[in-house]
Design a binder for this molecule. Sequence first.
Ligand code: CTP
Length: 413
Amino acid sequence: MRVTLGVTGCIAAYKAVEVMRGLQKSGASVQVVMTRNAANFVGPLTFQAISGLPVITEMFEPTADPEIKHIQIAQATDLLLVAPATANALAKFANGIADDFLSTLYISTTAPVLVAPAMNVEMWAHPATRDNVRRLRERGVEFVDPGEGYLACRTVGAGRLAAPEDIVGRALAMLGRNEIARMPEAGAIESDMAGERVLITAGPTYEAIDPVRGLTNRSSGRMGYALAEAALARGAYVTLVTGPVSLAPPAGARVSNVKSAADMCAAVMDDLADATIVVMAAAVADFRPISVAEQKIKKTGSGLMIELEQTEDILAAIVRAKHSQVVVGFAAETEDVTENARKKLLEKGADLIVANDVSSQDSGFDVETNRIILVSQEDVVEMPLMAKREAAERVLDAAMKIKRDALSPAAAQ
Ligand code: CTP
């Protein structure tokens, strides 16, 4: 479910943050588009940090992406939700005026449109606004009407933005109707992970030494991204916490970009409670410099000692804090792969360890294939060489089996 959330300039703009969170919690990925005036009320960075996607504020921003952005978004969205919508936004939509990104998007999209107006009582009651609302309704635009209450202009009356939970409810109802209309023949799609909330980490971490140097590793992020794509295709809601990689984010995932092990740990802990399955595919740095030099370290003619300390063991922290989630760890090994993976399963308390020999040419870093060994309390299953996407499917199969067995232990016998 992909929602484009248009935010226009009025005092209620801050409530759009709650609307966005509500949509995300229900499994939607949210692309935010703000008008220039909206950016005066809430900073685009607030939305960006929570949605994990860059916020669009300008129509003609030079970008490396050759696609025409408003057409790309217009076609990719399942619902255009404008909350709050000002009188000006309604007037533009009603008259087909396309003088900024949001109004251009409105006339470019064929997706259903839901509007939650917010304005002063006189503006809402003005014949021009009434006329615009009527024309938009006639065209199929749906409204979550404003409520009555104390308004920012110190008057009481209709014009207050509807409650964020009501807006989210209406948006989900519209998305649901749409999904049913587009649903292929029963059984045509494998959605055995619908309802699962999968938290995946991917890529390396980067531990700064000074402003231009740092410690990192060779992880490309391919395995974690393949896991995210596979889980999305199977109907799961996916949060991907990723270190710096050069891969395109999987469409539909909520992406949180992080750098260091500490950032990754914080992002994972933030989302842990909501998750049902956690897969730690990231190659987290085990050590970081004790202190980061504020300026670039200069050569002095002799060597340089950098004192390192251990980073937080995120997997261990997850296991300490988790409730019923199935937790999957990876074991990047260069020798005694199965034995070391068994040890990690016990030491870290994970439900499953996916082991691979990273010294091998075809299953290590930065290649498209992997040869994995799935180590759980019950079994050790050695898989043949396969594409990382295929390996991802097998990891998810194993995690789902552990979940099912935990729910009905008798069936596992
Ligand atoms: N991991 C983690 N936090 C760390 C280091 C690793 O959560 N600071 C996770 C990795 O994402 C992986 C698992 O722990 O899922 C095992 O990582 P690996 O690098 O193979 O092992 P380490 O725990 O670092 O142990 P060692 O390097 O001693 O083998």
